[in-house]
Design a binder for this molecule. Structure first.
Ligand code: F0G
Length: 360
């Protein structure tokens, strides 16, 4: 009885999917109760797309992004191997997650970030959790190169998605989707940055299919921002630029694996403009009630574009589509708040307030 309750106690992806993860009884589990995020049916989006569309809302993880799924496994394994300190390069979410899980594990964490290109909420998280924050005069790709070199010297455990434990943890999102839908969706759309997450989903879907838990495999569709689209253009982009700072990456680490997953699944890579991203972000927040950061709105923008262009090759009618919205909108508040000028306060009486409400 005691054993049974010990086994089933607690939340988190290791508790839920232990048998599919590279952990043993010897692994000290570092968890913040990540995973089990809602799969939200989106009727208005479904209408526009002509398919049954669900949003996997990963912004509801403990640090507000999907990174927590991989971080629980990567930090638990790092601790098991005796690591004293973690390191990562990041466009913001990996650093927020690494900082939180390092704090939880009681070990040090250094995060290497492109100066001036991190959304404010993510920067605040790294600082709040006590990470050592180093901003470099370079982009994410430069930061990752430095992190690889430092990791090779053995002083730090790297917790970027080049660490296979991260990918292992992140594949649990695909498990959750199949567990909930009873089968794999026909199409899976997600933002493509360093390309770890698409690789992780493909691995999760294929593992579950081999176990007979689903009948098919979804087409994997990765969405990149127009000026940060190395996979789409099939070349390294030296100076990637996009409002979606999380996916401002010119030379993705998991490029090959993601390309293979896309090709094997009959999927595709598409690009969207910054304007399309911001429009999709605002539309999703205002019609479906789901507020996501710009990178997470990229797949919504991508879906809308495929529907607009009537790309029935990729999106035949009446399919089931899952779209991963990878991070919470609150991480990047300036993007939205910049659109509103703060109105002057009005007198504290009903007439003035009613007038202000109805003013156009
Ligand atoms: N969406 C968000 C919100 C992200 O933070 C990232 C990546 C991605 C999508 C792309 O996922 O890299 O696996 O293809 N963020 C990393 C970071 C690079 O440092 O936080 P990917």
């Amino acid at each position: 009885m005691q054993n049974e309750s010990k086994k089933s106690w607690g939340r988190g992806v290791i508790a839920r999917y232990r048998e599919y993860l590279p952990v043993s009884q010897a692994t000290p589990v570092v968890t913040l109760g990540e995973g089990s995020t809602p799969l939200i049916e989106t009727p208005k989006l479904s209408d526009r797309i002509g398919a049954r569309v669900f949003v996997k809302y990963e912004g509801l993880n403990p640090t507000g992004s999907f990174k927590d799924r991989g971080m629980t496994v990567a930090v638990s394994k790092a601790l098991e191997r005796g690591a004293q300190a973690l390191i990562c390069a990041s466009t913001g979410n990996t650093s927020a997650s690494a900082a939180a899980y390092a704090a939880r594990a009681g070990i040090r964490c250094a995060v290497i970030l492109p100066a001036g290109k991190i959304a404010s909420g993510k920067m605040v998280q790294a600082i709040a959790h006590g990470a050592r924050v180093v901003s470099i005069d370079g982009n994410f790709d430069d930061a990752l190169r430095i992190v690889r070199e430092l990791g090779d010297q053995g002083e730090f455990a790297i917790v970027n998605s080049i660490n296979p434990d991260r990918i292992a943890g992140q594949k649990t999102a695909a498990f959750e989707i199949v567990d909930e839908l009873g089968d794999a969706p026909d199409i899976h759309v997600l933002p493509l940055g360093n390309a770890g997450n698409l690789t992780a989903y493909a691995a999760g879907y294929s593992e579950y299919k081999k176990l007979g838990k689903s009948r098919g495999l979804p087409r994997m569709i990765g969405i990149q921002a127009e000026h940060a689209a190395p996979v789409f253009h099939r070349r390294v982009i030296e100076k990637p630029e996009t409002v979606a700072s999380a996916i401002r990456i010119g030379n993705p680490a998991s490029w090959e694996a993601a390309q293979r997953a896309i090709d094997d699944s009959g999927g595709a890579v598409e690009i969207v403009t910054d304007r399309e991203i911001l429009e999709a972000q605002s539309w999703l927040a205002q019609t479906e009630g789901i507020f996501v950061e710009p990178a997470s709105a990229a797949p919504i923008a991508g879906l809308l574009k495929l529907a607009r262009e009537k790309r029935r090759d990729l999106m035949p009618k009446d399919l089931t589509v899952v779209c991963t919205c990878t991070g919470h909108g609150l991480k990047d508040p300036e993007i939205v708040s910049a659109k509103f000028s703060q109105a002057a306060p009005v007198a504290p009486n009903i007439e003035a307030v009613r007038e202000a409400i109805t003013r156009s």
